[in-house]
Design a protein around this ligand. Structure first.
Ligand SMILES: [Fe+2]
Length: 260
């Protein structure tokens, strides 16, 4: 009997279910990455491998100001939101870092918080499917300017350069429409960056970014991954955007390695 390929569903709840590679099934990684935009490798099988082994097969490690491998855990008195217990707004990795664009982001869980600290993953395909047509039309015509507020983290671009990025782009390699965006909370004194729609007033810009955020947080678009120790998550930076839920008073330690 001929197998009929099902039309893939664009509801994040179903995408997230498909994204799991059970122990012993890690060979499905590539296929699931392309299908879902991210994959979760459950630990405990004979095919469990370290992040250092998995990621170089997907690309070349990306250099940041700190090197290539990053330990993500709260640090006392850090001025970088990444190293606090606060939430991290949804974003694409890349616009601030000089150098090759990030294709895949790999994360390994060393310590999982009991409450909060979920990694937030929003599917670009689901966003385009569920966003109102008028919002998508507006997004096709705008450019967002970003201003970095943290130092020593990214490989710096020339001083005074504020990247201007179209939020909707066609990826030259996948040929798919993708989001390239960095949401930010303007009221958070620890925010990593500012974002403003070029040519818009402050209020108008905030309203539009708020509309985009609302769609990104629909259950049909956003998945919140609760970490278990030993799990690996790999995200395709061109197919999903990501962020983090807050985890006040909790420990949390992830190791990250991104490749281009
Ligand atoms: Fe990120």
């Amino acid at each position: 009997m001929e197998t009929v390929k099902m039309i893939s569903s664009c509801h994040m709840e179903e995408i997230a279910q498909r994204s799991i590679c059970a122990p012993g099934q890690h060979w499905e990684l590539r296929e699931k990455l392309d299908d879902c935009g991210f994959v979760i490798l459950e630990p405990g099988g004979p095919d469990e491998r370290a992040l250092d082994e998995i990621m170089p097969e997907l690309g070349k490690p990306v250099e940041y100001g700190f090197g290539t491998k990053l330990t993500l855990e709260p640090q006392e008195a850090s001025d970088n939101l990444q190293f606090t217990t606060s939430g991290m707004p949804l974003h694409t990795d890349g616009p601030f870092n000089a150098g090759p664009p990030v294709k895949y982001i790999g994360m390994y869980c060393v310590t999982a918080p009991e409450v909060g600290g979920e990694s937030l993953v929003a599917s670009n395909a689901a966003f385009f499917e569920h966003a109102p047509a008028d919002l998508l039309e507006i997004m096709d015509d705008i450019v967002i300017e970003y201003r970095n507020r943290i130092s020593g983290y990214y490989k710096d671009r020339p001083a005074g350069s504020h990247p201007r990025v179209a939020p909707v782009q066609i990826d030259p390699e996948t040929g798919e429409r993708r989001l390239v965006i960095g949401l930010t909370d303007p009221d958070d004194p620890m925010r990593t960056h500012d974002a403003v729609v070029v040519g818009y007033g402050e209020a108008e810009s905030a309203e539009l970014l708020g509309r985009i955020k609302t769609v990104l947080h629909l259950p049909s678009v956003l998945y919140a991954h609760k970490w278990r120790v030993g799990e690996v998550m790999i995200m395709d930076n061109r197919r999903v955007i990501h962020g983090r839920a807050a985890f006040p008073g909790q420990p949390r330690k992830l190791v990250r390695l991104s490749v281009s």
